[in-house]
Write a new protein. Structure first.
Length: 422
């Protein structure tokens, strides 16, 4: 019989007690910090289905994007309806807002969960990956942008991210964006034979995306191309300068007029945070304004700005890890006293929420259980057998300080000891 393996690009995440820098522990800690930041900013959680109608992403992300053309996990269900595993979170959030008829209200939302894209697995990029997102809906351009950059600065600081740079740009209003794209196409058409196939397709479908080309030859061609800053209204330039000046003492912010985002729905202000620690694929979060997406999906006009955070990539940059609570291993030496001993353990857990108490459930000798407790980096072992239970005592054995002797405590002394731990 063939062994069953996880699918390519889909990993299991299992926490470990001893290895703080192990990827699962990093991811769980990163998610915990993000949740606390979102709560601090008074954002409300939203959870949308993992499965959506394929047309949702074709209408939002765009037919010209790699996500729709190459990376969707798409299949027919039993009713012959084409559905997909969500590749990103924003479209599902807007679909939900429209469906609940709240697209005329303001919202400050966050989400966190798995997404799926059929792409080549590489460092920090998997086919099933975890993404956190923030969507600020119903607010015109201005203060919402400041809130978003403030969030990024808070995330970088709370996780002590290595070498972060926040790049910002503005894609302009409809008129200037159209004029810029027309001039860009006119500039590139005479050199279209030198463009890669992907960039040639973008030239007709979404020329703005050519600015994001990974081709060195295309980038050389673009050196003398029109620059979007020459088309921007003054208020758009002023917004970029305001953000740079306001947050320069908290973040390394750079205005990058070649920055565009990979999804077709972005309009106006865009941004991404990068770190050279990640290598060539250096972005760990990004987003921007998408004022037209709600109406494109059949809802009302809804000004909106959002960002998505790649959890695995962000977790790999974390320079600060969780200070673990004091771990105590509770060892029961006889199956005859398990129920009474467990009641004592439960009382200990209620006395101090700053400790983690691990009741060793497996059978084995005292020596093997102490070896397991030491391997888990437990600070103390609490040992209770039939004799201890008769005398209402517990043996307390320090495990980290090898010079400390074990001692026997009655239950009141034990309770006071547990209360004193930090």
């Amino acid at each position: 019989m063939d062994k069953i393996h996880s699918l390519t690009g889909m990993i299991d995440l299992v926490g470990q007690k001893t290895d703080k820098i192990q990827i699962a522990n990093r991811i769980f800690f990163t998610e915990k910090i993000l949740r606390s930041i979102f709560k601090n900013y008074s954002l409300l959680e939203i959870r949308t289905p993992a499965l959506e109608d394929e047309s949702l992403f074709k209408r939002s992300v765009g037919d010209s994007s790699d996500i729709v053309n190459k990376e969707l996990y798409s299949f027919l269900d039993k009713n012959e309806k084409r559905i997909v595993l969500r590749p990103e979170g924003t479209a599902g959030v807007i679909r939900s807002i429209i469906e609940k008829k709240t697209d005329g209200d303001t919202h400050k939302l966050w989400y966190l969960g798995p997404m799926w894209r059929y792409e080549r697995p590489q460092k920090g990029r998997f086919r099933q990956f975890y993404q956190a997102g923030v969507e600020i809906l119903g607010y015109k351009e201005g203060i919402a942008e400041l809130e978003m950059i403030s969030l990024i600065c808070s995330i970088n600081k709370a996780l002590d991210v290595k070498n972060p740079v926040v790049k910002i740009n503005h894609l302009g209003n409809k008129d200037c964006k159209k004029r810029f794209c027309n001039d860009l196409v006119d500039y590139l058409k005479p050199m279209s034979a030198d463009l890669e196939k992907k960039d040639l397709e973008r030239l007709t479908k979404n020329p703005l995306r050519i600015l994001d080309s990974k081709s060195s030859e295309t980038q050389n061609i673009l050196k003398d191309a029109p620059v979007i800053v020459d088309y921007l209204p003054q208020e758009s330039k002023d917004l970029l300068e305001l953000i740079k000046d306001m947050f320069s003492d908290e973040c390394n912010i750079k205005i990058d007029y070649k920055l565009v985002r990979g999804l077709d729905y972005y309009t106006g202000f865009v941004f991404e945070a990068i770190s050279q620690e990640l290598g060539a694929q250096d972005a760990y979060l990004g987003g921007g304004r998408y004022d037209e997406l709600c109406s494109q999906l059949g809802g009302k006009h809804l000004p909106a700005i959002g960002m998505a955070i790649g959890i695995e990539r962000l977790a790999s940059l974390v320079n600060k890890l969780e200070n673990n609570k004091t771990l105590i291993s509770f060892i029961i030496l006889s199956s005859k006293i398990e129920q009474k001993a467990y009641k004592i353990a439960q009382n200990l857990r209620l006395l101090n929420n700053k400790i983690n108490l691990d009741i060793q459930l497996s059978e084995g000798s005292l020596k093997s259980k102490l070896r397991r407790a030491s391997k888990d980096n437990a600070s103390y072992a609490l040992i209770i057998g039939e004799e201890e239970l008769k005398s209402d005592t517990v043996v307390v054995k320090p495990l980290l300080d090898k010079n400390s002797e074990q001692s026997s405590m009655n239950l009141n002394e034990l309770y006071d000891f547990i209360k004193s731990l930090t």
